[in-house]
Design a protein around this ligand. Structure first.
Ligand code: 13P
Length: 254
């Protein structure tokens, strides 16, 4: 049964003290106020993982994620971090294929296929991101683009493996722009992705996979977006840096 998830992608923000303060606030607010059992994933920069992990402690619904990992186990890859290293710091999840990594670091679906497989082999849950740029949507090619992203990066996985993946649909035109996809647009794309998985694997497999929406999710719009049949939560950027906003987004599932 697929889970409701709210993940906070801090991107390249927060010093360690700022990150610890933010995480502590979120952890306390969530414990005191949240009534649903959504999974919450805090995704700070690599160097804060250990510090934030010790704050999360044994909380059963708050998890730790990283924003990327390398596709090799170890070696001469200066500046890179392996999946096993993330696990050793307490991470259970890793974002792969965020549009910022595709755009600024030229990550391809072929590369992402190997990262996803490697993350799974190391026991991490990949949060695989897909989504189209504005010009692609305006040209009416958004479904084709997302289909090829999902196909190329995920469809080499076995039935057992793909059920461990979380997918995040993040239309690039909605990221950090304040322009959210409408609830209908989000539902349409999430249903499209789920149908694609059902066609490749089975309806049962498709029903197991959480598909998150990302792109200018705020406390004001979270409830409507999350209430869509195929939207299982959100991957939150800007609003995850404010403990009150992030907690209120989690409370949209109450
Ligand atoms: P914003 O919520 O700031 O639009 O960012 C979304 C995102 O990129 C999450 O990964």
């Amino acid at each position: 049964m697929r889970k409701n998830i709210v993940a906070g992608n801090w991107k390249m923000n927060c010093s360690l003290p700022e990150g610890k303060k933010l995480a502590s606030e979120v952890i306390h607010m969530v414990q005191d106020e949240v009534q649903n059992n959504a999974q919450i994933i805090l995704i700070p920069p690599f160097i804060h993982l250990t510090g934030i992990h010790s704050l999360i402690g044994s909380s059963s619904n708050i998890f730790l994620g990283a924003q990327n990992c390398h596709q090799e186990s170890n070696g001469a890859f200066t500046g890179e971090v392996s999946a096993a290293m993330l696990v050793s710091c307490g991470a259970s999840h890793v974002i792969l294929g965020h549009s910022e990594r595709r755009e600024y670091f030229h990550e391809t679906d072929e590369l992402l296929a190997s990262k996803v497989k490697f993350a799974l082999d190391n026991g991490l849950t990949p949060i695989f991101c897909c989504g189209e740029k504005l010009e692609v949507r305006e040209a009416g090619n958004h479904e084709n683009l997302v289909r090829s992203q999902v196909d190329e990066a995920l469809f080499g996985l076995s039935e057992e493996e793909i059920q461990k993946v979380v997918i995040a649909y993040e239309p690039v035109w909605a990221i950090g722009t304040g322009k959210t996809a409408s609830a209908e647009q989000a539902q349409e794309m999430h249903a499209f992705i789920r149908n694609q998985i059902a066609s490749k694997y089975s309806q049962g497999v498709a029903e197991e996979i959480s598909i998150l929406y990302g792109g200018s999710v705020k406390p004001e719009n979270a409830r409507e977006i999350f209430s869509q049949a195929d939207v299982d939560g959100g991957l939150i950027g800007g609003a995850s840096l404010k403990s009150r906003d992030f907690t209120n987004i989690v409370k949209a599932f109450d």
